[in-house]
Design a binder for this molecule. Structure first.
Ligand code: 5GP
Ligand code: ZN
Length: 113
């Protein structure tokens, strides 16, 4: 399949992997917007948030669980952090394999930046 993140899962292109289990992979974003900027993805290919099926809910919950564990490990869970999932064009999605952005290590503003 011609999907960038499936290729990372299959080790066809390199990535700086920070966590892996049977369902989920996490790796550093190539263009980090914060001291920690990790992308957490399901190993199963799901193109957008609109395509999640009920049978996949445990995996989707696992993305958040992994994000919180990484935040704790890196020491910013209590200070706080941001998780973002972009959907389709208006949401700013550029890679069509769902991913949770975990960003931490600095203070964020809302709604932008
Ligand atoms: P989106 O805009 O779809 O929410 O996020 C896609 C993210 O993937 C962007 O933050 C972008 O920097 C990151 N990205 C794009 N190509 C690559 C790549 O080849 N390797 C890694 N590690 N990250 C990538
Ligand atoms: Zn994929």
């Amino acid at each position: 399949m011609d999907c960038l993140f499936c290729k990372i899962i299959n080790r066809e292109i390199p990535a700086d992997i920070v966590y892996e289990d049977d369902e989920v992979l996490a790796f550093n974003d190539i263009s980090p917007q914060a001291p920690t900027h990790v992308l957490i993805i399901p190993k199963q290919h799901i193109a957008t948030l609109n395509d999640i099926e009920e049978s996949q809910l445990a995996t989707i919950g696992r993305l958040q669980f992994v994000a919180a564990n990484l935040a704790r490990e890196r020491g910013f869970a209590e200070d706080g952090y941001r998780v973002v999932m972009n959907c389709n064009e208006d949401g700013g999605q550029t890679v069509y394999h769902i991913h949770m952005h975990l960003m931490g290590g600095r203070r964020f503003t809302w709604p932008a930046g």
